[in-house]
Write a protein that binds this ligand. Structure first.
Ligand code: CMP
Length: 146
């Protein structure tokens, strides 16, 4: 069965990198079923990353995510959550360079904070964050049509 995940291209990604990332997303056979590019408000960024509220890097993370446009994509494919996570590679680009040098973070990320891309960690998070970013119009109808 098809699955959905939320992918975010973060503000540190250059326009050239955005194009490459999109090419790879389509090249791997994902359907992009929703898409928008927007600058998050501080409130949106805080809510989006609420699970990290207690982390020492939280304020830096929110600051960073608001500093420029984020491209938000709903990716639909079988096993989309895991496949997109594999494409991204580990959170820390130093680790990514060791374990998955072809991954997006290995190639594009500057450091563990400025790491180019985000992806939902599981199906439940995907559903929650997709509703948060795009509203409740997605899920069932999208899956039936793709
Ligand atoms: P992401 O996968 O979007 O999930 C949470 C984000 O917090 C992560 O990518 C990084 O941008 C950031 N992050 C995670 N760990 C650290 C850390 N140790 N120091 C700074 N930023 C971090």
């Amino acid at each position: 069965p098809k699955q959905q995940t939320l992918a975010v291209i973060k503000p540190d990604a250059t326009d050239e990198q955005r194009v490459k990332i999109l090419e790879e997303i389509y090249g791997r056979g994902f359907s992009v079923t929703q898409l928008k590019e927007t600058v998050l408000s501080r409130e949106m960024a805080e809510e989006f990353y609420k699970e990290h509220r207690e982390k020492p890097f939280f304020s830096q993370l929110v600051e960073f995510m608001c500093r420029g446009p984020c491209m938000m994509l709903v990716l639909t494919k079988e096993n989309a959550v895991e496949e997109w996570r594999a494409m991204m590679g580990p959170t820390d680009p130093d680790k990514a360079k060791e374990t998955s040098p072809q991954s997006l973070r290995a190639r594009f990320a500057a450091d563990i904070l400025h790491n180019s891309v985000h992806g939902s960690s599981d199906e439940q998070h995907a559903e929650e964050k997709i509703s948060f970013i795009f509203g409740d119009i997605s899920t069932d109808a999208e899956l039936a049509n793709n």
